[in-house]
Design a protein around this ligand. Sequence first.
Ligand SMILES: Nc1ncnc2c1ncn2[C@@H]1O[C@H](COP(=O)(O)OP(=O)(O)OP(=O)(O)O)[C@@H](O)[C@H]1O
Length: 576
Amino acid sequence: MIEIFRKIWRFAGKEQKNIRNSIIIGFFNAIFHMLQIGAIFLTIQALVEKNANHTTIWYVLGLMIVSIAGKIATNYFSQLQQTHAGYFMAANKRVFIGNRMKLIPMGFFNQSSLGNITGISTTVLGDVETTAPMVLVLTLGGFITTIVFTVYMLVFDWRMGLITLAGVLLFCLITSAMEKKSRDTAPKRQKAQAELVENILETIQGMGIVKSFNLTKIDNKKVDKAIESSKITNLAMEQLITPYTIMQEGILRIFSVIMMAAALYFYFNGTMQLTYSLMFIVVSFIIFEQIESAGHGVAILRVCGSSIEQANQMDDVPLMDEKGIIIKPDNHEIIFEHVDFSYEKRQILKDMNLQIKDKTMTAIIGPSGSGKSTICNLIARFWDVDSGNIMIGGKNIKDYTLESLMEQISMVFQNVYLFGDTIENNIRFGRPNATREEVIKAAKKACCHEFINSLPNGYDTVIGDKGFALSGGEKQRISIARAILKDAPIIIFDEATANVDPENEVHLQKAFEELTRNKTIIMIAHRLKTVRHANQILVVDGGKIVQKGRHEELIEQEGIYKRFVGKRKEAVSWSI
Ligand SMILES: Nc1ncnc2c1ncn2[C@@H]1O[C@H](COP(=O)(O)OP(=O)(O)OP(=O)(O)O)[C@@H](O)[C@H]1O
């Protein structure tokens, strides 16, 4: 249990101060609560000794008012500190995870890790946010207050003190057994929760396919199974805890009765005055209140510890090595030297060598799955090579900081991702400190300005708002505008495979020319027109470069390139 306290305490980081304050305030809250005993004592004493007068009434009233006001004030401030601690410690962790994700190799982000990260950032940290400080304050505060009250009882009347102590010790024994029991269940519950998130994510992502194949009526077995498993583990947790919580409550009630009986017994055998005896009878109802709340806290303590453990898993994910330095190369020639690369255990690139000269255009072509995108992703260091080197401007890309490497590169993908933000901010993503004028200038160059202006809210139109969406061609032009704004010396461009309508095609061509002027360009090319103008064409097949040269050279050779050109010509004549 102490280990979990430590875990939560460490996790709290800068918020430890607020939790500590909340525990101290909680202690005063218990003292204010106990002032009621003083009021009760005075009342009983006055009634027993039959000397109640106005002064007694004022004392009792005064004590009750101080008790109530003190409790309200301490409750308010304690809650405030707890809420602050909870939200801030979870928010700090979310920011930490966000920053760390930028340094984690792309290979980490598979379906299962996506489910895990989403689960951690939402439900797991949500649990921590609402329970961690509360549980810490409830349990630690509750135990500390109980210890103080027990010592006070021992000093006041050692016999009553011993009864209190016995009740507290028995309660602690049951609580500790309960805490141990929940040790295995809590991680299982977290795992079931993560699987549920993962399966729901997958279902949402695949909804288009499900609809297109008219499979909406077919049961989703994986999600159903995950819901069932989450239900079972939650239920198991409850079933496991409930007998212990009943025992905890039972023990405290029994000891309250024992206290009452003892107070009466001591009065009748003449070893306790009537006033004290009556007071102890009243006290027996409230003396265990603090430890009872501490016990409730312990029931959720293990779940909280397990949530923190899960959130801390992100600390152990290996990062791409961060030993890089800020490099500003004076040329942007790209070289692959004997590069081998595998996705997990499946080798994709084998001893690849290539050279892309500064300020030239290289087109990469090849059959689907041959490794074209992989080459581009390796240049941007989305993954690290197994062996060999990739150099930019004569420097190994591993020597660059990730930030200074990405400053050299702009990537325009086929599937453009736009954030749920204004069009202006989506373009500004290319250079966050750009002014509105600079954004508009880039949009004009990328041939987006006209269609953006024709929207009711122009540049302030929010993507995804009120069903607003852009066409594929428009999206790609927005992403070109982003890249123009970024103005990186290397452009990696994945040409759209889908047919773009002629008007969009003209715009895209113009935007592309603006973007690539005077740059080093690597283009995954699908159109004949594009490859014809390339300074170099690399033909990739099965993870190897099988042909290399200009259009005029390659067209003379038998091989993939000649077949590619033949097919494209056929396609053009068909479309005519
Ligand atoms: N993230 C990944 N994890 C595992 N395997 C992958 C991953 N990305 C690609 N692959 C595999 O690596 C091989 C090369 O893929 P790559 O995307 O580089 O091919 P490509 O030539 O760009 O294909 P396409 O023209 O269809 O886009 C394929 O067999 C693909 O299945």
